[in-house]
Every structure is written in C-alpha cells, then in structure tokens.
Design a protein around this ligand. Structure first.
Ligand SMILES: Cc1ncc(C[n+]2csc(CCOP(=O)(O)OP(=O)(O)O)c2C)c(N)n1
Length: 575
C-alpha cells in the first residue's frame, strides 16, 4: 500500500510507548496526520499555531516523561517549532519532530511552502534524519523503520532531547476512496537494553577517601524533576557526610529536610567574611540550570578545591568554572553509593557538621528576616506570590514563567511540607515565548491542578496556547499585570536610562479579561490583599472551568517593594 510506510511510523511510536501526538494543520502532512489520529493507542490533538504546538508537546513530554510527537506541514510551519525545539534541547526533553516536506526536486523552484528543511533546527536537535521520498524499492520500508526506531531510541538516551525527521511526501497525499489503509503490527521494532551505571569498587573507594578528607562539602542541585529515590539518597548522603545542600525552586528539592532555599537572597547581602566561611572544599553538582545569579557569582569567586559533577554521560557544563572531575553515573546511584558514614574520628566529623551549620545559620537568619519583613496586609508582587505559594493545593504542578515570576517564587520558596508540589519552568533558554503553552501541555496530560504564575508580557505573547478546542479545567493562571516587563525596572542597567519605558519595559495596556471572555474562561481581577484572600478561596476549586486571576500591579510599587525587601535583608546583617 502506498502510504503504509507512513502509517508504520505511528505503529512504531506506539510500540515504543509513545502515546501522545500534537499535529498542526496542513495538507502535505496529511498522511502523517491520518496515521497518528487513526492509531487507537495514540492521543492525537491539533494546535493551529506551530509555536504554541511545539511548547504544548514539550509540556506533554515533561509531564508523561515520554517523548511526544510533533507533526507539521512543510515550509515556515516547521520553522515555527524552533523556539520549543531549542527549549526542549536545553531542558533535555525528548520530542519526535516530523516535518512534512515537498519532494526534493521542487526546492528552489518557486513552489509554495517550500523551504530548505534539511537540518532546519541546526544544533538544537540530537540528530537530523530524512526519510526516502519514493517507496517502490523493496528495502524502503526497512529503511524507514530503521530510522524511526533509531530516532526514538536516541531521543531517550542521555541527555534526552528532540530529534528531527524530515518526511518528503509525494501527491496524492490522501488515501483514494477505496484505498484501505491500516496498521501493520509486524513493523520492525528495535529495543535497547537498559543497564544501571554503577560506580566501580575502585572509584567508590577513592571517592570515599577523598570525600572523608574534606571538611566543607557543598551540594548544589540544578533544575530537575522531582525524584523521591534521589531525594532519599541525598538525605542519607548529607546525613552521613554532613554536607550542606542548596537548590533553587526549580531543583524540586524543597521537601528535603535541610535544603537551603534562600541562598540567592543571603549571598547577595551577607558580605565577604561570611562568604569566605561558606566557601566549600568540595563542591558536588548535578542537574541542569541554576537560577541564582548570586550563587553562581559566589562559587566562581570562592572556588572549591575539588568540584565533582555527576551525570550519566558526556561533557558537563562548567557553570561555576571549577569542575575538576566529571563522574559518569546516575546521581541517585552516586549518592547511595557514598552514603556510608566516613571512617573518621568524632572531632573530624564535628568539623564537617560545623560547615553545614554555617549554611543553616544563614538560612535561619533569612527565615527570621522574612518574618519581620512580610506584612500580610501589604499588596505587592512578592507578597502576592508568597500568598499564592502558601495556598497551593497539596498536589499540583506549579509552572513559573520567565522572568520575575520564577524569581519571586524562588525568593519566597516552597516549604518542606509541599512535597506534592512539582515545579516546572522553561529555564532551558529562559524564553518568555512558550511558558503558557508548556503549562497547557502539562494540563492536557495530567489529572492534578496546574497553576501558572506569569507576567503580562509572557502571557500575552503566548495567547495562542489557548487557541484549540481542548478543555483545560485543571489549569489556573495568575497573571501579574504590571503593564510591561518589570524585570527591566528591577535590574541594574536599564533602570536609569530614558529609553527604559519604551524599549526595555515595553509598556503595554492589555488586560486579561478580554482574553478570558474570548476563550470562555473564568476571570477574577485582584487589586487588594483582601480581594486576593477572598479570590483564592474559590480559585483552586475544581468546577470544570479554566480560571484566570489577574493581579493588578504597577511598576513603581513593584520596584519599591522589591527594593525595600533587599534593604531589609541587608539590614539583617547589620543588626
Ligand atoms: C522570547 C523572548 N523574548 C525576549 C526575552 C527577554 N525578556 C526577558 S524577561 C522579559 C519581560 C517579561 O515581562 P513579563 O512577562 O511582564 O514579566 P515581568 O518582567 O513583569 O515579571 C523579556 C522581554 C525573552 N526572555 N524571551
């Protein structure tokens, strides 16, 4: 059958456990669209704007922890996946991107929707593949099956990421009236054996000895999904080795006892002598990006004697400019393997514990400073985020948009008790372009409430996240509307120049109520603390509706309250 090789793609995906596809409209992609929409093991949805579709697929892949399929037609449609592809690449999220293409001989012949699609996403995919465009050779099905299997396996190999398969298709693109087409269960299937990467006995011995010889051990966790096994391993390791642990809100370690949440805040204010006392001998890092600029600056200046980075394979990012050893194994295995109490005397152990105590002392100082600073009655952006985080449902996904939303949330932090809150943010490229669509992808593929906190620019930028016909009853969006990108009012640099408002903050006048009306969402406007408290009573209730809460803020008060907060933290070091 003519289109059988294309239908086989969906069959192979389903066999690999890939059950979610996002398809964008077009005719060239019709065979792919039909293959995925007709396959009974695949949930196939359509999202018209490819920019949003890409991020929706990203959210689905993150939520299901499996690759999601993305299909589009030829031409600029494919280019519009690019921002999401880059984000997926840096967040190490697997996507199977299938772009339909014209037959190759029509390139550069003034044909419509024809662009150079080979290697379209450049180095932001793990690999680019192209399927053959003629199916009459007897080895073609094997060729196609081989490529699809390889691409799927590669997308899930460490580091996970997007793969691009370009699919040139000849007309006719639709099945003939009497053409019967189905799925062939006998397609070629290639599995890969998974083996746990262990630390060799010799490495374990050497690492244990080195670890025991350092008094000041600091663990820094980068962005990652919540993983209870890893959390337990770290808890055991830290207890045995008296290590300090810090990870910002996107590391998802908030429920871990002893995690230092406020390092970004206190490292900005604590001064040189405290910073020196916090300098580690041994730094252990794992995970992806770190939000905290202050932590980066602190560690680049106060370098450890050794820096071990743990990841399963490949070269490591040297974020703190101090890597001395890359340990290729799963972080969970690493921490479990080294969690026996070190063979050292009481006095030596006490020295280790003293270092961890120094970090905890700063954490406690912040907790006290927060208590005296935050007045629940004040209506400002940080307070709103604080109130929101405190009111989250026990089990939910929290999505934090770039840029101040994720920063405010990191500053406020989640508590040990909020174990069921899982945090997501597009910190692969830190774009404002797909934060809403990514949250939509999560909402479409999860049962729990999904709460997005976003600024107004990020929100209005990505409004096509809602432009489809799927219900989002488990989605709640809080838009902090200060009529522009307030980050450019808070950071040093654009703060004092005349071009600030027009070219950096980019003042804008939209409000979210029109959008809510257009899409049939519930809408509530908040401009007082009392209103917020009242609004929150119903906001998280499940009543089948998507809800938007628009917090009316202004740039002046946002700056004022942020500056006052920073001053208060500084003061806590003077008294
Ligand atoms: C796609 C993209 N374009 C531009 C930027 C630069 N940028 C970073 S933050 C920001 C403003 C965000 O404003 P808003 O969403 O209102 O959030 P706020 O700063 O007020 O928290 C911009 C334009 C970006 N990160 N991503």
């Amino acid at each position: 059958m003519r289109l059988q090789p294309i239908f086989d793609i969906a069959e192979i995906c389903a066999w690999h456990g890939i059950h979610q596809a996002i398809v964008c409209p077009g005719s060239r992609c019709a065979p792919l669209t039909l293959a995925f929409s007709r396959h009974e093991e695949i949930t196939c949805r359509t999202v018209s704007d490819e920019r949003s579709a890409g991020f929706v697929a990203l959210g689905i892949a993150q939520q299901t922890r499996m690759p999601a399929v993305l299909v589009c037609t030829s031409g600029s449609a494919a280019y519009n996946f690019a921002p999401a592809v880059a984000e997926a690449y840096f967040q190490e999220t697997p996507l199977i991107i299938l772009t339909a293409d014209r037959p190759k001989e029509w390139l550069d012949q003034q044909d419509g929707q024809t662009i150079r699609q080979d290697n379209l996403f450049g180095k932001h995919v793990k690999k680019y593949y192209e399927l053959p465009q003629d199916y009459n050779h007897q080895e073609t099905p094997w060729h196609i099956h081989r490529i699809i299997n390889e691409a799927i396996l590669l997308s899930q190999e460490y580091p996970k990421g997007p793969v691009h398969i370009n699919v040139p298709l000849r007309e006719p693109l639709y099945p003939e009236v009497n053409e019967k087409i189905g799925f062939n269960k006998k397609v070629k299937k290639v599995a890969v054996g998974k083996s746990e990467q262990l630390i060799s006995k010799e490495d374990q011995k050497n690492l244990t000895e080195t670890l025991a010889s350092f008094n000041k051990v600091l663990i820094v966790a980068g962005q990652q999904d919540y993983n209870s096994g890893l959390a337990k391993g770290i808890e055991k390791f830290s207890k045995a080795n008296k290590a300090a642990l810090t990870g910002d809100i996107i590391s998802n370690f908030h429920s871990l006892k002893g995690n230092i949440r406020y390092s970004d805040v206190f490292l900005a204010s604590c001064g040189e002598s405290i910073q020196q006392s916090l300098q580690p001998d041994l730094l252990i890092t794992f995970g992806k990006s770190v939000i905290s600029k202050n932590l980066k600056l602190f560690l680049r200046k106060h370098q450890p004697r050794q820096h071990w980075h743990i990841q399963p394979a490949g070269p490591a990012a040297d974020t703190f400019q101090s890597i001395s050893q890359i340990i290729h194994c799963n972080p969970k295995t690493f921490f479990e393997s080294l969690s026996a109490p070190p063979a050292i005397g009481k006095f030596e152990l006490q020295k280790k514990a003293n270092y961890a105590q120094l970090w905890l002392a700063e954490e406690h100082r912040m907790a006290r400073a927060y208590q005296t600073h935050f007045n629940a009655a004040d209506f400002n952006e940080v307070n709103v985020v604080k109130e929101l985080l405190a009111s989250l449902p026990d089990r939910c996904n929290l999505h934090l948009a770039n840029s101040m939303s994720v920063r405010y949330a990191n500053l406020v932090g989640l508590t040990e008790k909020q174990k069921g809150v899982h945090v997501y943010a597009n910190r692969g490229t830190s774009g404002i372009d797909g934060c809403t669509s990514t949250a939509v992808g999560h909402a479409l593929s999860s049962e729990v409430p999904n709460i997005l906190i976003t600024g107004d620019l990020a929100f209005f930028y990505d409004r096509n996240a809602f432009w489809h016909n799927y219900k989002l009853s488990n989605l709640r969006i809080v838009v902090i509307n200060n009529q522009g990108g307030v980050i450019f009012n808070l950071i040093d640099g654009p703060g004092n120049i005349p071009e600030q408002g027009e070219y950096f903050i980019t003042n804008q006048k939209l409000t979210a109520n029109h959008l809510a009306n257009e899409f049939g969402f519930d809408y509530i406007k908040i401009d007082t603390t009392k209103g917020l408290k009242n609004g929150l009573k119903d906001f998280f209730k499940f009543d089948g509706k998507t809800k938007i809460m628009e917090v009316c803020s202004d740039q002046k008060s946002a700056k004022q309250s942020f500056d006052t907060f920073k001053k208060h933290i500084k003061l806590s070091y003077e008294s």
